[in-house]
Design a protein around this ligand. Sequence first.
Ligand SMILES: Cc1ncc(C[n+]2csc(CCOP(=O)(O)OP(=O)(O)O)c2C)c(N)n1
Length: 702
Amino acid sequence: MSDFAWTDLDQRAVNMSKVLAADAVEKAGSGHPGSAISMAPLVYTLYQRFIKHDPNDPKWAGRDRFILSGGHVSLVQYIQLYLAGYGITMDDFKNFRTLNGKLTGHPEYGQIPGIEMTTGPLGQGLASSVGFAYGQRFERALLDPKAAAGTSPFDHRVWVTAGEGDIEEGVSSEASSLAGNEKLGNLFVIFDANHIQIEGDTKISLGEDVLKRYEAYGWYTDEVSFIQPDGSYKEDVAAFADAISKAEKVTDRPHLIKVDTLMAWPTPGKTNDPSAHGSKLGAEAVAALKKTLGFDPQQSFIVDKDALAHAREVAARGLKAHAAWDKAYQAWRSANPDKAALYDRMKEHRLPEDFDAALDKVEAGFKPGDKVATRNSSGAAINAIASVMPEFWGGSADLAGSNKTTINGAASFEPSDEATKQWPTDSPAGRVLHFGVREFGMGAITNGILLGSDTRPFSGTFFQFFDYMRGAVRLSALMDIPNIYVWTHDSVALGEDGPTHQPIEHLTAARSIPNLDVVRPADEYETVEAYRALFKKNETHPTAMILTRQGVPALAETAQKAHDGVRRGAYVLVDTEGTPDVIIMATGSEVHLAVEAAHQLAKKGIEARVVSVPCMEWFEKQDPEYREAVLPAGVKARVSVEAGLAMPWYKYLGEYGKPVSIERFGLQGAGDVNMRVLGMTAEHVADAAQASLAAVDASYNC
Ligand SMILES: Cc1ncc(C[n+]2csc(CCOP(=O)(O)OP(=O)(O)O)c2C)c(N)n1
């Protein structure tokens, strides 16, 4: 190890970090001091020596990304951001974990500068970091494909710290396996192996050789132990830095560097003690720690001014790196005006000028009466958008043929030499992602792609298996990032695969996630308009497209009205002359049943309005006048029709409304038979409408 100099001031900055972590948890009364103390030298070294960053411009596009996968150790990152000069103050630490405090218990995306993603659900930070690396490689290959390695303004690295909890979580294994396969050479994971988790020594639940596992995934691995052969402990930052420097030379594989540490070292009585994981250390231990490190035990939130000034010098180094990058970036812009224009559009989340025309062209091929599965219309829309938005890319968890998620003719996203008979063309800029059967990993990776690049990913699976990726979907919603989920095979109508594959409670579950827009289009017109709307809304929310496996008739009514209606979330599809007797609300494959039922009711002299509700969340954002115009409060006879639980509909059904729903698991059988047997028929809808009218009538007689 050559150019790594560790001075007394560095050591003092680390010591200050340790006591600050202890003080902040003590003041808050709760938190995770143990690893925040023992990881301090690691994260300090990363921020001071290895991560390329500019505290004066935390969003600098050329920066490296750092993800603290074990989000419970948030303090270790906050403290390094403070030391580097990201605008955090000592007072912020005094308000750690309090309501409206800047420093949240777990790092939250958007809360303070320097936090790249929300972490806390263990495993997801590491898994999403793989997506950050995907995004970097794709964006670079898209914008600056010819630059030699390390010379492009789009070259940056992704740094991660992870603990045993992250390593144990299945989602990190899913993503790490993919990272190895993808040979993500810009990914560096520091595995803080302190051999402690909440229930004690990790021997009870983590027996395998993690490095061997990662080697098998195709990663570069190394190990540094702060626990010396004689049992003593030495925070050998030089050895740690050396290991990173060695790893940096390996550019064709992701890197995992395991560092054997002792939790809370050197806190007397608490070192290597599980109680230090998630409880305050107690006044006695904190005082002893301060004494051990040469601080006055009577004082709290101590600033070592010289050490702080020394650490803040990192900002000057950041400025210098940023200035050098600016030069390279400007040179790239001048040499590549078209690419620069594309990059500007991507960064500003603008749609290309021919966006509408591309979707209009798809719609022009539709004909009312045609029976087409909405998954197919979705595939057509995806391909149309892909034809005008090179930053739009995605794939499936091994169900691309079923999900219709393949961008036709595009290469597979692979570094090189991974071509197969089925995917003969591969490229670092390949737009077809293959996640294997790893739904959760897919969700976390696409979150990382979104956070780490200006590209727009999408991903597909069967709606049923949204359960497997729910943790990542929730995190995309919590971070409020516009991930796009393509979930097909959306009801019992998928048929013979049986109840294991038939979503029942899934629409309810998806709609229960705040910020997630759940869109279930009725036919090909609504499907294309749903894609148009989600892009044009240009909102941050994630969107789930819920699509049929089976053909559904394209409706004459949607051909006329979907363009203006879908974006509003719900709209009147079939109306009556005057005030309707009853309103029938439906989504997806049940909309045509609602229309049919309205015709049947008309023959009986009952005037039914049909409201198509492709997206409740969009509808609820409309102004009250529009909502009242669609669902007038005065019309109390109402029916909802959806092949799933009725639960989300009661807010619209009111006291007298009747749901046509499925309140049980599905059936083995042909899709149309399942639908009929489970009551998804126009006749049943018409009966429900009459029952609702009868209930309203009865109320007048009371
Ligand atoms: C998915 C998930 N499950 C459970 C938890 C609760 N939890 C927080 S930290 C932790 C133990 C983590 O152990 P480790 O990664 O070794 O961290 P260390 O004890 O070293 O700080 C657990 C179970 C969580 N945050 N996320």
